[in-house]
Design a protein around this ligand. Sequence first.
Ligand code: 4NP
Length: 155
Amino acid sequence: MIKVLFVCTGNICRSPMADAVFQQMVKEAGLSDQISVDSAGTSSYHTGEAPHRGTQAVLRKHDIPYNGRARQFVRNDLTEFDYVLAMDNSNMYDIDAKVNDSTTAEVVMFLSYAHDKGMVDILEVPDPWYDGRFDETYDLVTKGCRALLDTIQGK
Ligand code: 4NP
């Protein structure tokens, strides 16, 4: 089983969106028994909460189910998961602070795969918590997930 974890700040806007979109792509590719998907937040501000209504609305619009609840990222995730994917530089900084000799995960920026394939020209997913631009988030998340799945399938 290949295990993928998406990490943002609150685990209510960007990472649950990526979690849901990627799970859907994995399912459509017939790989649900080979790739597992989860998400977490570097903060505990929203632990236990459902996604932000903006994320819920976008997922509903695209017929993508999600029933996860927010949880905080923990050091053990760095050995539990194969891929730990940061949404922005601040998330990467907080994840990096927990990296140690026992870390086995590949820890990278979520958009790095799409960036390497020329699909996007940025590495950070802007936070819709501040600007409300959930459709733009969805567009970036979809590209990032497509590139990630292509990368995993190519291995
Ligand atoms: P997310 O957005 O990291 O994409 O879930 C945020 C949600 C909440 C906060 C920050 C970012 N907050 O400060 O409460």
